[in-house]
Design a protein around this ligand. Structure first.
Ligand code: ZN
Length: 317
């Protein structure tokens, strides 16, 4: 069982400040899954939920932030949580305002590293809502990534809590840097492309990448189970038939989507297999992304696929 704790400070003075980043992250996740923290004990608001067959406790301590350790240790003891299953979300106290930090795989260090920008950022106001930022992010060993970010602000950028999002983002990785994801091997790049397209407001484009992952992981799984994805004449079988046969054998579609007689799943499949309009794509991106990640996770966690997964080069953490 996972324990996911979001840290922050109770009280109106802290709402929407960076000190409450942990609360904001937890609330965002809870909203996505339509869950509320309706229980109170151990000095925290909490709930025990089931997501994709995984039990998890979400909590927000009600004590001051510097006392949240007491609350979390009570919960760990009571529910006998393995420390490896504890995830704490809080603002990064070591990160100064005005510093950009992103994770990459540093080839020189042969590990995942956080790359930081140094000194003042070079910012250009495009207009009163748009800022263009150039930055060089570096690893402690000297490997660098050149990044460009176009940041959009919905309200007054000089206010205490500007509502911003990254509208566009490009980066140039030096030879000693690679993208961080290795968990899903070849699918990481497609997932990254889907995410970029979504961020740029390209609904249809983002869906196309998710579909590619969805289809190829299903076909790959079929082959692993010796299910032929093609007809006798060598032409591909309808994708839906292959998926049903695979799911009937090993259950790869997450429970969240197979409840209600596959209704949500059917709806998403329709979106994924039709010409998608931009706004529909943007609306459906999050549930579809969850579906695709759920399938990847299910495949990754099935014993019968371990050998195939090693062959695909997925990491087994
Ligand atoms: Zn490095």
């Amino acid at each position: 069982m996972k324990l996911i704790a979001g840290l922050g400070n109770i009280g109106s003075a802290y709402v929407n400040t960076r000190h409450n980043a942990g609360f904001m992250a937890i609330n965002y996740i809870l909203k996505t899954f339509n869950i509320s923290l309706d229980k109170y004990n151990f000095d925290c608001n909490f709930n025990i939920v089931n997501i994709n067959n995984q039990k998890a406790i979400f909590l927000e301590p009600t004590t001051l932030m510097n006392l949240s350790g007491n609350c979390i240790s009570q919960v760990i003891k009571f529910f006998k949580i393995n420390p490896m299953d504890l995830i704490i979300i809080q603002d990064d106290l070591d990160l100064d305002i005005g510093t950009i930090a992103l994770n990459y795989h540093c080839i020189t260090c042969d590990d995942l590293r956080t790359f930081y920008s140094k000194g003042n950022l070079s910012c250009v106001f495009v207009n009163k809502n748009l800022i263009s930022i150039d930055a060089v992010l570096s690893c402690t060993c000297g490997s660098t990534v050149e990044g460009w970010f176009l940041v959009e602000c919905q309200n007054d950028i000089t206010s205490n809590n500007p509502k911003v999002r990254i509208l566009k983002h490009s980066e140039k990785l030096s030879d000693t840097v690679a993208h961080k994801g290795t968990v899903y091997g070849e699918y990481e790049e497609l997932l990254e492309k889907a995410e970029t397209a979504f961020r740029e407001g390209l609904g249809a484009g983002s869906i196309i990448y998710l579909r590619k992952v969805f289809e190829s992981v299903t076909i790959h799984t079929a082959r692993t189970l010796s299910i032929n994805p093609n007809k006798d004449n060598g032409k591909p079988r309808p994708f839906k038939d292959v998926l049903e046969e695979v799911d009937g054998r090993v259950h790869i579609i997450p429970d969240e989507f197979s409840e209600n007689g596959y209704q949500l799943f059917g709806e998403l499949s329709n979106v994924i297999h039709r010409d998608t309009e931009e706004n529909v794509g943007l609306q459906k991106y999050e549930p579809l992304h969850r579906l695709v990640i759920g399938i990847l996770e299910n495949v990754r966690n099935k014993e019968e696929f371990k050998a195939a997964i090693r062959a695909l080069g997925w990491s087994e953490e």
